[in-house]
Design a protein around this ligand. Sequence first.
Ligand code: SAH
Ligand code: SF4
Length: 342
Amino acid sequence: MKQSFYKLTHSNLAFLLKERNLNASGANLLFNWHYKKKNTSACITDLSKDTIGYLSENFDFELPKIDQAHESSDKTVKFLFELKDGNKVETVLIPFNNRYSICLSSQVGCAMKCSFCFTGTQGYKRNLSTDEIVGQYLEVYRWLEKNRPNDGKILNIVFMGQGEPLHNFDNVKDACDIFISQAGSSVATQKITVSTSGYLPGLKRWIDEMPQVNLALSLHSPFTEKRDELIPINKNYPLSDILDYIDQIPLRKKQFIIYEYLLIEGFNDSIDDAHETAKLLVGKEAHINLIPFNPFPGSKYKRPSSKRVLAFQKIFDSYKIPALIRSTKGDDVLAACGQLKT
Ligand code: SAH
Ligand code: SF4
């Protein structure tokens, strides 16, 4: 059976070619063709006949299809992708400083069952394969070139769509590897962010295995009881263990960890909640993103007033922790991402 070409990292591809005594520089040509130039057709330029034969016999070049694209007035676009097995996932394109951020899904559904998350209420179906992750990026890139040719391109890639990326570690890692490959799309590591609810088994592989991309932790509460309610896996992987581990991650200059804090009215939006959160993070290379809760049908929480959100934000000033409110859809990755429903 043929496997997807878009599953292969550059080094895997070079290895496979070498193993068959084919010129390993074909990996550069192929990455340039498919990821830099973003061609959909098979690459024939400059490849040897044997390499072309090997590729066509063993690999397919199919990608998930865009089923629907919903464009909102602020230029945000939500894409519904149809996968080969009929499952669907969402990808969001968000305008950002004249360019775009893309919010990728990593799983169909999610096993973490967070009480405030629509994806979590759907349960876990399966991991996305590397090609299904990379495919979201390539297809949206092409959509942008076709539909908004005069606009800027995709600058940032964030794993904040459906699914827990560290629960699908291998495929997310390979997708990041493909994105940053110099011969291909060569996205800078600083432009990629992986967001986790605190899935410790995945996080423990971060330092040794993940390329140096940014990490975002969904914190949501410094208090055990509240965090347990919001993110049930907190009972298995307590926040203190997660923070200890994150502290060991070597950071580049000017790099910081992003802490996401979902604000729910009357639950975790008090001044006391803010102080305790700030105390937990003070002295760390930390930025906070405050995300007012996005309600969905059947959800039991409420979004706080903007006055309350501003008061919460203000507390972080005195601790000198940068805190950004992510609320308006247009310039916001998180708010648009957190609401994904299929
Ligand atoms: N599974 C990962 C990444 C996907 S969720 C994680 O949990 O971090 C991306 C972000 O959207 C997370 O910070 C998550 O807490 C937030 N989110 C989920 N549901 C939301 C909602 N209804 N309103 C606002 N943010 C939400
Ligand atoms: Fe999964 Fe993230 Fe939703 Fe939690 S918030 S259920 S980890 S997608």
